[in-house]
Design a protein around this ligand. Structure first.
Ligand SMILES: CCCCCCCC/C=C\C=C\CC(=O)SCCNC(=O)CCNC(=O)[C@H](O)C(C)(C)COP(=O)(O)OP(=O)(O)OC[C@H]1O[C@@H](n2cnc3c(N)ncnc32)[C@H](O)[C@@H]1OP(=O)(O)O
Length: 718
């Protein structure tokens, strides 16, 4: 709703009231219509201030409404009425003015922002464009280049930047509404024509066409298949080229296409999925709202390899006190230099002082005696990790949470090395740990709800999207990756090339195909794991070379590693590079002839493989494993899996995540194709459709938000 009052004798005050972010729901929009009418018809009122309750101006349109039938008065005419008003309208912006919220403010004649406010048009991140006049007013106000930047990226700006750009007229450290009322009093009765942004022309630019061509090219490259950023450029172009009324028509037309698109549905799903994962629950009944995290001030990081360094930086940047331990002096010195450099570069970017003093560097594990929580980040080796946990159990003060940054190992085995297994959880960071947003928080059967809640809270504090997952080999992300990679290897055996597989995946929207990723992260990583599992040992030639434990196995990755081809770091992998450490992959004739010989040796007759098959085999195998994970209760719901893939594995955001994507493709189709491929490859168990997928299809393929009901039923029957 919106509340109306009169203050300071002649100022009408309209307060948006719709917690938590005063989104513009149908009720709020109706409230604005009613209160504006009241203010304009009250002869005692000479000017009007619009603000939001609880220090928040407005978070934009109510995104929940987009999924249903939109009712209530539309926003565009409301904003037109505000702009056309014959009394000055002033927006008092506290907290946030985002999307429709900023568009509402742009309809006002004046804007005052609190110094801590953030403003932006993030519609593009929801698969939309600012369609309540934002795409037409913002370029008229701040010019085409700046508007293109804000609208195509959706980035939020601070009040200071908004002032510099000319989005707001005034920034204050005081009570924003009081300052806005003062301004409203001072401008009462003054002419308003020059304050109506829709009447402006965009600031002139000499070479409009080349500018838009250049921007469009950049945006297309960055968008990698997303349609909203393209539409945003087209809308701003209309603002630059057309009179306002025609520009608004174009804005409406473009929005109509986006609004009903699958991409918008996916991005809006992902917005709510990100929020849903913070409301975690476990099969044993622990929940986010009944578990109290303990405060964490001082954290230890054990091991200063690549992961440990990134984790230490992420912690220090969030203001935590960090105790690092690296027993090898040389490695410790190198790490100190590297970490300081990372902190300095990060601080420069953010315009703050580097938090160098937040970190101490130690070679003795005794230094962790008084920390609240430890994150072990030593080499991925169970024996080594067990030793560290035994030491930690002795050294740390009672009650210290002990976390491991393993990417696949059994958290429960590590817990059993300590006297307090209930305080042990996994905190699986993704490289580079100070950049990547994802954190898998892994609870074992003995982890206490408080340990889980504390790790989740710490993740949030350091700016991660944290997802609680159960303990199994590879947890969620890496467990699903295994069948995906396996299919890619099999496709090479059957006739594909790394180039073909990568192209198909990149056209789908991944920034890099699986073979480029493998070269980047190092082929030796997977090789070490396979050797640990007894899979990668050199075997007899012939049939048995391609079978392990009765299942089809491809030794291609192992064979490359045996040749010292570890990817970018050695300058050779699935591709070749100009030098060791080179970044630009190019097709490698050696690999192609090696593959030819390999196929001949194993009697494999290559056949033509198209992009469709690559996508179906790689992605459906991965999705099938996702369903198994849900079946096993390792992830609480499809949102958890999707968020993990969106934030940790480069899944294209406009496809919503693998489980959402399966729903978009249609579960019957996914099931049918898996059945087809399993029939063709009965020695590949990952292709066998799992029970949950069958059950969902049998229950009419409900939409993704209803899957939990089916999962619950399935669990109750097991
Ligand atoms: C045929 C064509 C017809 C077309 C008709 C279309 C009409 C066109 C007119 C206008 C269109 C306008 C477009 C928009 O305005 S789109 C919305 C733009 N706004 C945003 O993108 C903001 C999204 N929200 C955020 O970024 C954050 O939530 C933020 C506001 C910054 C607050 O962050 P934080 O403090 O971290 O809190 P949470 O993110 O956890 O959010 C708290 C809860 O509030 C819910 N929320 C937030 N924003 C919205 C929103 N805009 N609509 C609905 N709900 C919102 C969020 O889900 C949390 O809820 P819960 O606690 O239940 O999880």
């Amino acid at each position: 709703m919106a509340q109306y009052s009169r203050i300071s004798g002649s100022v009408g005050l309209i307060t948006l009231k719709s917690p938590p972010v005063n989104a513009l729901s149908a009720v709020v929009r109706q409230g604005i219509v009613d209160t504006v009418e009241k203010a304009l018809s009250d002869p005692k009122v000479k000017s009007v201030v619009i603000c939001g309750q609880n220090g928040i101006f407005c978070g934009g349109a109510d995104i929940k409404e987009f999924a249903g039938n939109m009712s209530g008065p539309p926003l565009v005419p409301i904003i037109h009425a505000i702009e056309a008003a014959n009394k000055p309208m002033v927006a008092a912006i506290e907290g946030i003015a985002l999307g429709g919220g900023l568009e509402l403010a742009l309809g006002c004649h004046y804007r005052v922002a609190h110094a801590k406010a953030r403003l932006g048009l993030p519609e593009v991140t929801l698969g939309l464009l600012p369609a309540a006049g934002g795409s037409q007013r913002l370029p008229r106000l701040i010019g085409v280049p700046a508007a293109l930047d804000l609208i195509t990226t959706g980035r939020h700006v601070t009040a200071a930047e908004a002032l510099q750009l000319g989005i707001v007229d005034q920034v204050t450290d005081h009570k924003t509404v009081d300052v806005a009322v003062k301004l409203a009093l001072s401008v009462a009765g003054k002419p308003l024509d020059a304050r109506r942004i829709s009447t402006y022309l965009c600031p002139p630019l000499s070479a409009l066409d080349p500018l838009f061509e250049e921007v469009m090219q950049k945006v297309r490259q960055r968008a990698r298949g997303a349609i909203a950023p393209i539409a945003c450029v087209q809308a701003v172009r209309a603002a630059a080229a057309l009179p306002y009324a025609q520009g608004m028509e174009r804005e409406k037309e473009l929005m109509a296409t986006l609004f009903t698109s699958g991409q918008a549905r996916a991005l809006q799903y992902s917005f709510f999925a990100q929020r849903a994962v913070s409301k975690w629950s476990t099969p044993s009944g622990a929940r986010w709202d009944t578990s109290t995290p303990r405060p964490v001030h001082k954290v230890a990081v054990i091991g200063l390899g690549t992961m440990g360094r990134g984790i230490a930086v992420a912690l220090a940047q969030a203001g935590l006190s960090v105790v690092t331990v690296e027993p090898q002096e040389k490695q410790l010195m190198e790490a100190k230099q590297a970490v300081s450099g990372m902190l300095e570069r990060g601080a420069k970017k953010r315009g703050v002082a580097p938090p160098l003093n937040n970190i101490t560097y130690n070679s003795n594990i005794q230094a962790v005696a008084d920390v609240d929580l430890v994150i072990e980040a030593v080499f991925e080796d169970m024996a080594l990790k067990k030793k560290v946990f035994q030491q930690l159990s002795v050294v740390c003060k009672p009650g210290t949470f002990l976390c491991t940054n393993t990417s696949a190992l059994d958290v429960d085995q590590l817990a059993s090395q300590t006297r307090t297994p209930e305080l042990v959880v996994g905190m699986h960071f993704f490289a580079p740990a100070n950049v990547m947003k994802l954190l898998e928080v892994v609870y074992g059967p003995r982890s206490s709800p408080q340990a889980l809640a504390t790790a989740m809270q710490l993740g949030k504090k350091i700016g991660k999207v944290s997802v609680a997952v159960g303990n199994c080999r590879g947890f969620v992300g890496n467990r699903m990756l295994k069948p995906y990679i396996e299919q890619a290897f099999f496709l090479l055996e059957e006739g594909a090339t790394p180039e073909l597989v990568d192209r198909a995946l990149e056209e789908f929207g991944f920034s890099m195909g699986i073979f480029k990723v493998s070269d980047l992260s190092g082929l030796d990583v997977g090789w070490r794991v396979r050797k640990g599992d007894g899979l990668a040992e050199p075997r007899a030639t012939g049939q048995s070379a391609r079978i392990r434990e009765g299942r089809r196995y491809s030794p291609l990755g192992d064979l490359l590693c045996e040749q010292g081809r570890f990817g970018q770091k050695t300058g050779r992998g699935w591709y070749q590079y100009s030098k060791p450490g080179g970044r630009e992959p190019s097709s490698d004739p050696w690999f192609h002839s090696f593959l030819k010989e390999y196929r001949a040796k194993h009697g494999l007759v290559p056949r033509a493989i198209d992009h469709q098959e690559v996508l179906e085999r790689c992605l459906y195998a991965l999705i099938n494993e996702g369903f198994r994970i849900l079946e096993d209760g390792i992830a609480a719901g499809p949102e958890d899996i999707d968020v993990i893939y969106l934030f940790g594995y480069g899944w294209p955001s406009y496809r919503g995540g693998p489980m959402f994507y399966a729903g978009m493709v249609g579960l019957p189709k996914v099931l049918d194709r898996l059945e087809h491929y399993y029939q063709a490859h009965p020695d590949v168990p990952y292709l066998q459709p799992c029970t949950l997928l069958r059950r969902l299809v049998a229950s009419g393929s409900p939409p993704v938000h209803k899957w939990r009901e089916v999962i619950k039923k399935l669990h109750s029957q097991l």
